[in-house]
Design a protein around this ligand. Structure first.
Ligand code: NAP
Length: 245
């Protein structure tokens, strides 16, 4: 079988490896945002397709038999492209998105619907704010000249930043003790994060919990495609669905 995996996540790499091991012809697609990406097994292509029409063309030209949208849960545009291109070409679409985090005992979460709400809330209620939201959605915070922002991302941001900020370029892995040191050392009173889910970036939440620090949790955007999309949360589940095609 010939599969396209829209990737950029750990789960996408896990699935690519499983499929390649079983003899599938797999192409993983990366956006090309990160300077030095971890490459999955199988074929890799890098860069946008040119919206839904470009992806539709690519699926036809490459005789793709199944598409797996294993992009980050907050990568909205490529998921819309995947849903539209799959519909247009009648290609089965499997969405592989890790489960969202759920609050536990001791968590002090403030749930917001989007980054604008997160920025308004952070500005109003906090002073030393840790932004761990990647580098593309920082703009809503840029107008806040009153508070101090510690911004951590993998590559340098290319959008306006709040005037009072400290930039940390780091891709992890992070552990709870290190995250606690960062929060305490910068007198952080609020962490802003997207509800990405997964274990890799969970230590910041555990650190915030143990220090009693508030977390502004930005909810995931809705997944496009409706009931035509088969949704799974692990690479193994995706493998099972694909094996049944
Ligand atoms: P996005 O807003 O959905 O993507 C913007 C555009 O980038 C898309 O319209 C598409 O261009 C291109 N693109 C995105 N993912 C692609 C892929 N896997 N292969 C080919 N083209 C892709 O996504 P984003 O938030 O910028 O994220 C970009 C990539 O980084 C995603 O693949 C995602 O898995 C990964 N990532 C994102 C986050 C996050 O927080 N958003 C975190 C970790 C990893 P065209 O319209 O030209 O096709």
């Amino acid at each position: 079988m010939r599969a396209l995996i829209l990737g950029g996540t750990t789960e996408a790499r896990q699935l690519a490896l499983m499929l390649v091991d079983r003899g599938w012809e797999v192409t993983s697609s990366l956006a090309g945002r990160v300077a030095n990406p971890k490459l999955p097994a199988g074929n890799v292509r890098i860069g946008g397709f040119g919206g839904p029409a470009g992806l539709t063309r690519w699926l036809i030209d490459n005789a793709i038999e199944v598409v797996v949208d294993a992009t980050h849960p907050f990568a909205e545009h490529i998921s819309v492209s995947a849903a539209e291109a799959a519909l247009a070409t009648r290609t089965p679409l499997v969405a592989l998105h890790r489960p969202a985090w759920q609050p536990g005992d001791g968590d002090r979460w403030i749930d917001v619907a989007d980054m604008q709400q997160a920025a308004a809330r952070a500005r109003r209620d906090y002073h030393h704010i840790f932004l761990t939201i990647g580098r593309q959605q920082l703009a809503p915070f840029a107008a806040d000249a009153d508070n101090l922002y510690v911004i951590r991302c993998v590559d340098p941001p290319e959008v306006p930043l709040p005037p009072r900020h400290r930039l940390i370029l780091d891709r992890g892995p992070f552990d709870v003790d290190g995250e606690k040191r960062l929060l305490k050392g910068n007198q952080i009173d609020c962490v802003v994060t997207k509800n990405s889910g997964g274990k890799a970036t969970m230590p910041k939440l555990q650190a915030a919990r143990s220090l009693g620090i508030d977390v502004i949790m930005v909810a995931r955007p809705p997944l496009p495609g409706g009931s035509a999309v088969t949704c799974v949360t692990t690479a193994r589940q995706a493998m099972q669905v694909l094996s049944g095609l």
